[in-house]
Design a protein. Structure first.
Length: 157
């Protein structure tokens, strides 16, 4: 009986190990979620403390822009994680490709803002580019960490 208990314990330990590995694998998704929520809260706090109505008549609400870039970042990170599993040497190239696609889509999203004729176009463009730069920086840092892991693996072998 003690032997079967030991086998049961080992099976549970292996499952816990798999869970820990999955959490480590998808840790960047959790990090980007927490950073995005924090920055969004600070952005909204700034708008609240400013109490200026010019922020309320943007072409796109700030939530839409954050959701767009958050969604793009999640998709990009999932793609990079999959590429890392298949061939880590392609991570940098794939990052550049998906970033270029994201930039094209972002410009398509920005185009109506530029030509809206809204009196707050400067402020809205500034917000848009700050959010774009923030998410681009996060994605770049995660990609660098993935590529640094490749160097650690290569040095250890």
């Amino acid at each position: 009986m003690p032997f079967t208990t030991l086998i049961g314990f080992l099976k549970k330990s292996i499952n816990l190990h798999k869970i820990k590995m999955a959490l480590k694998k998808y840790q960047p998704l959790l990090e980007i979620s927490l950073i995005s929520i924090s920055v969004y809260a600070l952005h909204k706090l700034f708008f609240f403390l400013n109490e200026n109505n010019k922020f309320h008549n943007f072409y796109f609400p700030i939530e839409v822009i954050y959701l767009f870039f958050f969604g793009c970042s999640i998709i990009i990170l999932l793609i990079l994680i999959k590429v890392k599993e298949k061939n880590i040497d392609n991570v940098g190239s794939v990052f550049l490709l998906v970033t270029c696609i994201k930039m094209a889509i972002s410009y398509a999203l920005l185009y109506p803002i530029i030509h809206s004729g809204n009196q707050n176009v400067k402020t809205e463009k500034f917000d848009f580019f700050i959010i774009f730069a923030l998410f681009l920086a996060i994605e770049t840092i995660v990609t660098i960490r993935i590529l640094n892991n490749k160097q650690k693996i290569t040095k250890n072998t």
